[in-house]
Design a binder for this molecule. Structure first.
Ligand code: ADP
Ligand code: MG
Ligand code: ZN
Length: 485
């Protein structure tokens, strides 16, 4: 008897990510790049595709492209050449898109993922190329017909093509969050999937584990979130396996993700490069990218998250989870370092930023720039805690208020009446009252050696002091008072 064993398939995934570059004007004309303006108000003969209009390259768009390429460890081409990619679409008035075909601005890069292999080395995904192109306009489908808004037409894009190096939907998800994280350090894009300034197409195939050749791939479009990318890939991998298990054949095609039905459906068979009849755009002569320019751009790059992570681990001695969380947002990492500049123990600062501030950001669905709290206020709070003027509980209450009010720690602590007074008479009185009250119960237990009773008595004294005391000081005081009595 034979048992039917299912083939063990291995997924192969490669992602194409389009990123809108946040230049003031469009890539080939002077129209403004802006989201949400009245339809077709940001247009001119060039981006409307009127006959005879002449495009001119936006220097900053090229510079942003170089910046992205360098941040992804790419080689930068020695010249910029643009090609026409011909296809018809109502929101593409010229009938072709200006893009880069055989000479991409950036190539042969790599992205290091925060995923470790068994030897403890981070996983690397190759960046095959990153090229500049213009965005198309937008078709707005209505019941009465389709309207076209060309405000977006001509917005500079960089298309980042990842190598077929990802092996699971989860790795694809990590690739996207890591890519977005690194790009966020550059300040060249809003990176908003909602507003369409970051878009992703996912390519996936499967092969029997151990086989070297890739299988037939499908390309999935219409992915509106990183989670959608992951779900669509999971669906598509199952679909491929079902087809192949059933003895069927796959064809290379472009499929759309349906977010409501959670399934992909075929849109068209995948077009080949030859279908586009690429040729160099005769209106845009190629121009050089001098090395000094590249070096200048390189010199303005910030410390990238991979390097910052190592510094947080080795210099600040943070644990990996905290360090990774902190560097995942440049502004959060900057905030943390501003705190560390004012306080010499980064490990004492970390929980306030990672746990407490992280919690507030999450609750409010906010980014750190939206909050009024300052690094100086956080450090002031830590110092109040260290000097015993607040305890762990009241410090957290003060922190939450600081996030909302933007006031300093002492000011908030005073306003909330949480500062622990130095008047030890009050503390001694509270202890005496508690000891009298529980003379026959907890006090007797403590005398009999039951340490748990101490915690109870501390709690009672804290209550009498309305939380304005330091439990670490109360404990020894109560023990001493019990001994003396
Ligand atoms: P195209 O430009 O026609 O979409 P590319 O060769 O540039 O084709 O590849 C696009 C993306 O598809 C890349 O991210 C690449 O990693 C990925 N890819 C290519 N072949 C496969 C495959 N067999 N399985 C999965 N992904 C693939
Ligand atoms: Mg493609
Ligand atoms: Zn224009």
């Amino acid at each position: 008897m034979t048992t039917a064993t299912k083939t063990d398939f291995e997924p192969v995934i490669g992602l194409e990510v389009h990123v809108q570059l946040k230049t003031r004007s469009k890539m080939l004309c002077g129209c403004a790049v802006q989201f949400g303006s009245p339809a077709n108000s940001l247009t001119c003969p060039v981006c409307l595709g009127l006959p005879g209009a002449l495009p001119m390259v936006n220097r900053l768009a090229v510079e942003y492209g170089i910046r992205v390429g360098l941040a992804l460890n790419c080689q930068i081409a020695h010249r910029v050449k643009f090609d026409r990619k011909n296809y018809f679409y109502p929101d593409l008035p010229k009938g072709y898109q200006i893009s880069q075909y055989d000479e991409p601005l950036c190539f042969d890069g790599e992205l290091q993922l925060p995923l470790m292999d068994q030897a403890g080395n981070p996983k690397i995904c190759r960046i095959t190329r990153a090229h500049l192109e213009e965005d198309a306009g937008k078709s707005i489908h209505m019941e009465t017909g389709t309207l076209v808004d060309l405000n977006r037409a001509g917005t500079p894009l960089i298309e980042i093509v990842g190598g077929p190096d990802l092996r699971s939907p989860e790795e694809a998800y990590v690739y996207l969050t890591t890519l977005k994280r690194n790009l966020s350090y550059l300040g060249v894009s809003d990176l908003s999937m909602e507003k369409g300034s970051l878009r992703c197409d996912a390519n996936v195939s499967i092969r029997p584990r151990g086989q070297e050749n890739f299988g037939v791939r499908s390309e999935i479009k219409n992915l509106n979130s990183f989670r959608a990318v992951r779900s669509a890939l999971e669906f598509e991998i199952r679909r491929h396996a079902r087809v192949l298990e059933g003895g069927g054949k796959l064809s290379q095609e472009t499929r759309l993700w349906d977010e409501d039905k959670l399934e992909t459906r075929s849109l068209r068979s995948k077009e080949e490069a030859t279908d586009y009849r690429f040729f160099p755009d005769p209106d845009l002569t190629a121009f050089d990218v001098p090395r000094p320019w590249v070096d200048q751009v390189r010199a303005t790059l910030p410390e990238m998250p991979e390097k910052r992570l190592l510094r947080f681990l080795h210099d600040h001695k943070l644990n990996r989870a905290d360090a990774e969380w902190l560097v995942s947002d440049r502004n959060v990492a900057d905030f943390f370092e501003a705190c560390v500049a004012l306080h010499d123990n980064p490990r004492k600062v970390a929980p306030w930023v990672v746990t407490e501030l992280g919690h507030e950001l999450n609750e409010r669905n906010a980014s750190i720039g939206d909050l009024k709290i300052t690094p100086a206020a956080v450090v002031e709070l830590i110092q109040l805690l260290e000097s015993g003027k607040l305890n762990n509980i009241t410090a957290k209450e003060v922190f939450r208020d600081m996030v909302a009010s933007g006031e300093g720690a002492s000011a908030v602590a005073r306003r909330l009446n949480k500062l622990i007074e130095q008047d030890s008479g009050e503390v001694d009185r509270a202890i005496a009252e508690v000891l009298a009250e529980f003379k026959d119960a907890a006090v007797a237990d403590l005398r009999a050696g039951k340490q748990a009773a101490l915690g109870f008595l501390v709690g009672q004294a804290m209550r009498k002091l309305r939380g304005k005391a330091n439990p670490k000081e109360l404990g020894p005081k109560i023990e001493a008072a019990v001994k003396d009595s």
